[in-house]
Design a protein around this ligand. Structure first.
Ligand SMILES: CC(C)(COP(=O)(O)OP(=O)(O)OC[C@H]1O[C@@H](n2cnc3c(N)ncnc32)[C@H](O)[C@@H]1OP(=O)(O)O)[C@@H](O)C(=O)NCCC(=O)NCCS
Length: 164
């Protein structure tokens, strides 16, 4: 199993995250950050999001370097439901890093955040992301139509879940 560490995101991670997320090969991923300053601005709000139990985000550290990010977003109306998200620097793809990060997030969500239903959503073409859900035993619930927006278009996505 690949050795990674998850630690809360910091404002000082901004440059590294911006570098990772600026990759044009992040085809099926919605990035709302348009500049390094946007990234910093977003990271400045991290503590608040965590305190308000809205999002619990983490930097993924591998080999003493930040290689990605991941997090748990809590449904604000039904707080027993949360969605997991993740991204990894392309240089580190295929090492099992995202799979291990999701395994850790799952434990945090179920053991510490009182989550009962955990969702993972991905575009149907995002086979790497779908493999992660499959490998970790998530249940495929189907296609959610026009569930999110990327590049100005509403898109369908696959919905996977795990419940406890
Ligand atoms: C999706 C992503 C996080 C996967 O990260 P990763 O660390 O490479 O994932 P893992 O190494 O844990 O591998 C996941 C599985 O997908 C497979 N995989 C990796 N790249 C693939 C590709 N391009 N096509 C098909 N399968 C692929 C791996 O082989 C592995 O399956 P296996 O164990 O059966 O071989 C990474 O590609 C990424 O950051 N993409 C851009 C952001 C994104 O799409 N995030 C998810 C949004 S839902």
């Amino acid at each position: 199993m690949v050795q990674i560490e998850l630690r809360p995101m910091r404002v000082s991670d901004a440059e590294r995250f911006y570098e990772i997320l600026s990759n044009p090969n992040f085809t099926y991923f919605e990035v709302n950050i348009e500049s390094l300053e946007d990234e910093r601005e977003w990271l400045r709000e991290e503590a608040k999001r965590r305190e308000e139990n809205k999002e619990h985000n983490y930097a993924i550290v591998f080999d003493d370097k930040v290689v990605g990010g991941c997090g748990i977003a809590i449904d604000q109306r039904r707080k027993h439901i949360a969605e997991i998200g993740y991204f990894v620097d392309e240089q580190y793809w295929g090492k099992g890093i995202a799979t291990e990060a999701v395994r850790r997030l799952e434990k945090i969500a179920f053991d510490d955040l009182d989550i009962v239903r955990l969702e993972i959503r991905m575009e149907p073409e995002n086979t790497a992301s779908e493999r992660i859900a499959q490998k970790l035993g998530y249940h495929k619930e189907g296609m959610v139509r026009k569930a999110y927006r990327r590049d100005g278009e509403y898109r369908d996505c696959l919905l996977y879940s795990k419940v406890r």
